[in-house]
Design a binder for this molecule. Structure first.
Ligand code: DUC
Ligand code: ZN
Ligand code: ZN
Ligand code: ZN
Length: 468
């Protein structure tokens, strides 16, 4: 079996920092040994390859628990395919994604899941799993949930937003939660009161307020907080854990914190766009605000302090991207004259590790918390513990060699996502991914892509391990 040794770096996991060398055999991490030790010297002699990580961090590959590749929205599809999106993920040090398969209304979960397998299989640069979006909760789909959990699709997203499209009412939500309590499936919630939002949106457009900024204004903070509160209470009634996706408002963080203070199994995720961008971006001229239209929306910058605090206090546990890119030309432009028609979503799969390193540099979080939020906890949350999110004997050899002193400027001219703008155009980042291994194979080699479509494998997942 081919041996690789990663030598000279600072190994950082969620739990520790070690000046250690990492021995990889085949697809797995086999052992760690103190830097310069006799044991490590022996490894280096017998290795097919020694990767020098001097002055660099050695991290577990990133786990992005929330992506939408080739995702249908508003009559168009997100611009990254599984091929382009997972390649961009690799460039950014993310070696595992969990994407959302979608049930179409009137159709079985199985049909949606099969369709997503067909999109992904043979095309991915990194390993991937699926959550399932429930667009319609019926007796049939409830029954199907059990089978999906058995086969490794162990989490289900429900929407309190988008009436007529993805929306579930409280009764449907309660029934899906009861099923999750029973079969171990984790319920993920898009928590916004979509019924009220649609009223406000219609009133805004009728009054001529059609620009992108009104997307942010009608999707009120209170309506995220109210839905978050309601989702928590429904999960208590059902007796199931709850994972709230893309939390953006301070008031929603407060709901989660209050629930967690009661000891409830309630979790929250936020995304880099809510930490680094704000409602002001939605007011950029010449329809430029459309680039920042996503839901939940970007908030006034005052909300960021609560999000950072939540990440530090563990009232929020995960940072994922909600990568859902639409090109400005031809896609975002569908909403000129009516912000409701702007496809909701932003690109981000490539820069989560970098933006969170920037947060380390700026003092918002520690290095270990960076790895925890981006690698270890999403792996445990979504049933991939032991294999993903850590560097320990037996884990998949998904490794990122990170240069913490490099300087880079984010730009659409240099990114690898298949989208014609960057949400962070011109932003300076300290730190950069240099080399990436996926199950022992080097797929980014000091700034060169050496992987190929089809390297990535499907990951059947266990149920949530966060409470184990
Ligand atoms: N929610 C998501 O999580 N992604 C895209 C659109 C949305 O509303
Ligand atoms: Zn059908
Ligand atoms: Zn959502
Ligand atoms: Zn999403």
């Amino acid at each position: 079996m081919s041996r690789t040794v990663i030598s000279g770096g600072l190994v950082i996991t969620a739990n520790e920092e070690l000046e250690a060398e990492v021995l990889i055999e085949g697809e797995r991490v086999v052992a760690l040994a103190a830097r310069g030790s006799e044991v490590a010297g022996g490894w280096r002699e017998g290795a097919a390859r020694v990767i020098d990580a001097t002055d660099r961090y050695v991290l577990p590959g990133g786990v992005d628990g929330h992506t939408h590749l080739d995702f249908p929205f508003g009559g168009t599809f997100s611009a990254d395919t599984f091929e382009t999106g997972t390649r961009a993920a690799a460039w950014g040090g993310t070696t595992t994604i969990v994407d959302f398969a979608v049930q179409s209304r009137g159709h079985a979960l199985r049909e949606g899941l099969d369709a997503w397998h067909a999109k992904a299989e043979g095309n991915c640069a990194v390993d991937y799993g699926f959550h399932m979006i429930l667009s319609e909760v019926t007796d049939g789909t409830l029954k199907e949930m059990d089978g999906l959990v058995e086969e490794g699709v162990t989490s289900f997203k429900l929407f309190m937003a988008y009436p007529g499209v993805f929306y579930s009412d409280d009764g449907q939500i309660l029934r899906a939660m009861q099923r999750g309590a029973d079969n171990g499936g984790l319920i993920m919630m898009h928590a916004e009161n979509g019924i009220a939002i649609d009223v406000l949106a219609e009133q805004a457009v009728a009054a001529g307020r059609t620009d992108p900024r009104y997307h942010g204004e009608v999707r009120r903070v209170l309506l995220e907080a109210e839905a978050t509160h309601r989702a928590i209470q429904l999960s208590r009634v059902a007796g199931c854990p709850l994972y709230v996706v893309h939390v953006s408002a301070a008031e929603a963080v407060a709901e989660l914190a209050a629930a967690r203070d009661l000891g409830l199994p309630v979790f929250g995720e936020t995304c880099p766009q809510y930490l680094f961008l704000s409602l002001d971006n939605l007011a950029e001229p010449d329809f430029g605000g459309a680039k920042y239209v996503c839901s939940t929306p970007l908030r006034p910058s005052e909300h960021q302090a609560s999000l950072w605090r939540g990440l530090r206090t563990n009232d929020l546990q995960v940072v994922s991207t909600d990568h859902c890119p639409f090109c400005f030309t031809g896609q975002k432009e569908l909403g000129r004259g009516d912000f409701r028609k702007i496809p909701n979503g932003m690109p981000g799969i490539e820069h989560r590790m970098d933006l969170l390193h920037q947060a380390v540099v700026e003092g918002h979080i520690s290095r270990r918390r960076w790895v925890d939020l981006a690698c270890a906890t999403p792996a445990r949350m979504f049933g991939l513990a032991g294999r993903k999110g850590t560097l320990a004997p037996g884990a998949d050899a998904d490794v990122v060699i990170y240069d913490p002193r490099a300087e880079q400027v984010l730009s659409a001219d240099t990114h690898h996502m298949n989208v014609d703008y960057s949400a962070y155009e011109g932003k300076r980042i300290t730190g950069a991914v240099r080399t990436v291994l996926s199950r022992g194979r080097v797929i980014i080699d000091d700034g060169r892509y050496t992987g190929s479509a089809g390297d990535g494998r499907y990951l059947p997942r266990a149920t949530c391990q966060y409470l184990d």
